[in-house]
Write a protein that binds this ligand. Sequence first.
Ligand code: EPS
Length: 387
Amino acid sequence: MRYLTAGESHGPQLTVIIEGLPSQLPFSREKVDEQLARRQKGYGRGRRMQIESDRVQVLSGVRFGKTTGAPVTLVIENKDWTHWKKVMGTDPIPEYAEKRRVSRPRPGHADLNGALKYGHRDIRDVLERSSARETAARVAVGAVARQMLELCGIRVAGHVVRIGTAEAEATPDLPLEEILRRAEDSPVRCLDPQAEKEMMRLIDEAKKEGDSLGGIVEVIVEGAPAGLGSHVHWDRKLDARIARAVVSIQAFKGVEIGIGFEAARRKGSQVHDEILWAEDRGFYRATNRAGGFEGGMTTGERIVVRGVMKPIPTLYKPLRSVDIETKEPFAASIERSDSCAVPAACVVAENVVAWEVAQALMEKFPADTMTEMVEQVEQYRRRIARF
Ligand code: EPS
């Protein structure tokens, strides 16, 4: 299975083509819209989100509520496009090209590197595509993947563990239902009410100062059987693929699996998870410090992935930069921005992880129909329970 996304932040729409989905996968547009709406929410979002109300349109590959096996095309309109028709149009309008040219690269964005690489003298040709608006498309893909995972008994949740200096208290044993419920009820997707208050206070403070805040999100996948991914080759390791997917989210700078960087401080006996066996459970682990992975394969325990997002680089507070035309220094600042998009990024992280797990599932249980896949998964679960 694979997918491609296309579309600019202020162009007419975002487009996704997903290829290789099995047929007979129940496809609910409402479930995709639900994920899109979750991504739009979150304390600290800017004014653009008041313009957009993301809804998916399905243009191919689905009939009577099920996939046909043909490529699925999804489209999400940019409502803001109506204000940008000329500037973002495909027809050459010389006076607009000149008047609306962006020549001031913003520190922390793709602006300067993209302009150098692609030879653009109008930085808009870079920033429109590097924008995190693209994550709406990836969330739609993840929403489809989730429908596939659900049928195989796999569920995904996410929550925010840090914004700036505010950190949520760890609650590793919380049931998934509870994580889903509490995160959904929180304006910052945080499970800890004390930390939630502090996070909101810090966001207000950053906003007032014209500054921005980053944070850490955690994604949990429950119900994945042991043995997804593979130890036999580097690019088949599922933890590595998940790491790539998470770091590819706009503004993400790092990933941890399980206890992650903490493992460097501990002795081996305090890191590895002891193997236990019980008649009714088969093999399981005493702890889950590995975050659900050993040897690039799932262990059958929860997958626990954390991603760190840097503060959004579009700042009201000016940072020094240099105009690419005049070579004059200037102070980069903007008119509109999110002051914190960590809660939204948490939803993006959930959905990119969901896609990677779905893809690994398809590799282990190749199937043309969803029924075939579910049968294989159930048979495999029975086999490893008796191992
Ligand atoms: C973004 C800048 C802002 C965000 C945008 C991502 O958009 P604008 O420049 O139109 O104010 O709102 O995020 C989205 C549109 C979205 O859907 O998440 C950026 O530069 O990355």
